[in-house]
Every structure is written in structure tokens, then in C-alpha cells.
Ligand binder design. Sequence first.
Ligand code: 13P
Length: 284
Amino acid sequence: MLENMKNMLEKADNGKYAIPHFNINNLEWTRFILEECENLKTPVIIGVSEGAGRYMGGFKTVADMVKDLINYLNITVPVALHLDHGSSYESCVDAINSGFTSVMIDASKYSIEENVRITKQVVDYAHARNVTVEAEVGAVGGEEDGVADELAYAKVEDAVKLVQETGIDFLAPALGSVHGIYKGEPKLDFERMVKIHELVKLPLVLHGGSGIPDELIKKAISCGICKININTELQIAWSKGVRKFLNEDSKVYDPRKIIKSGESTMKEMIKEKVMLFGSDNKHI
Ligand code: 13P
């Protein structure tokens, strides 16, 4: 069932577990994620970046595909279709009008005042249409940054301001995680995480979930993280299966066989994350 993220994340916040956000790149990935999450009885968030949206033929194509697959596969667990790192008001409006149930507006690269202004605009448009909104404060680094530097950490007062002045549903405070593979041990600021969670009283989101050691993930969940974004580790798992298949069979050329050869390694990774996050059997 396609729904926004409110119910699933509030339940996760109360129950001290986290809902997985998995990024998609194509129809097959969507299918693998939906099938495995149905199997594990976990709610799931399908994340779509702007780049992935363009790659798949625009947000409307993506939304129609996700809806049709949910029907075709008889998926009964709650599914949210979420714009990941929406870079502008216009991009969020496009996703909402295309049928997304949730959007992230990422105006974190601007001053906090500008971040508040853009985020509030998105909240007003989204809430009138029953769409939930996630926003970011601080800066989640990229692969090139390796470990996040001190400046990237969200300031507590900025987090409170963004929540109070916009009415967002979920907050993604940058607290030391980075997108992609970590070059060193991530230095998550748990103290600040607890403080922000206590003050803003909203489910928190952890970006850059790939490559964070299990113990740190569990600690983050105990500190208020209710949604964890995974992209890179799914890509690595899928590629591993495909690479092995192609190495073992140099004559295969059927694209369906090639793309499907990453299914089992990808589903194993999905299961590993769901079990770690504790969201299995939360929808029976
Ligand atoms: P990773 O690529 O590190 O898993 O991060 C994904 C993410 O945060 C998407 O928003």
C-alpha cells in the first residue's frame, strides 16, 4: 500500500527501530526491494534521487511504475515513495504532482534563513496534498570528503529553528555520516543526536547509511534515528552478483538474465539491513 511516511516513522520512533530507505535505479531494483520487504513484513521507503528520476524517465514514470508494481506483486506492507535530496521547490512540486507520497527538500547548502524559507514553501505545498516532508540541516558529506569535517555537523539551534519555523515532519541533521564509502571510521555525534531528538520531538533521518558499523547503527536508532538511507551498499551487493555471473558465463547476452543475476545478493543485503534496523514483522 502506497502511503506517506508519517505513520511508519512515528511508529518506528515509539518502537525504537528504523524504517529502511532504499534508493532505486530501475524497475528490477524496485521489484527486488518490494518483494523482499513484503517477505520480511517490513514497511519500506523507496527513495528516488533527481538523477535516478531523470534516468528512469521522470517522476511520473517512476510513480506509475511503483504503483503498478505494488498492485501487480500484491504488496501489502506500507510503502512510501520519497524524493531523495530534492534540490528546489520546483523539483518537490514535480514529484508531488507526479504521485510521490513524500519529499525531501535539501536546502542545507544555503544559509539557515534561506533553508527555512525554501523548506517552508515546500511544506505548505506538500501538506495541502497529504505529502510528508523531510529537510536537512548541516551538510552530509560526499565520497570525496571521506569523513565529515567539523563544520558539516548540524548546529542544535539551527535544527530547532528549521523544525519550529517550517512544520516539517522529519529532520535529517548531518551528524558525521557521509554518502558512499567511508575512508575512516565514521564519527557520529550521538550526544548531539539525542539533544536534537529531545528538542525537536520528530523522527530523525540518517543519510549515508552504507558502511556504518552495526553497533553504531544500533546506537543511532536508540538516539532517535527512525529512517536510514541505504544506496551504495545495495549497488555494491547487486554488482557483486552480476560480476560473478558474467565472469562465469562469457556467452550470456540476455539482459533479463544479466540484470536478474544481482537479485539474490541484493536481496541478502536488504534482509541484512532490515534485520539490523529491527523493522521486520512490524506490519503483520
Ligand atoms: P549511501 O550511498 O552512503 O548509502 O547513502 C545513501 C543516502 O543517504 C541517500 O540519501
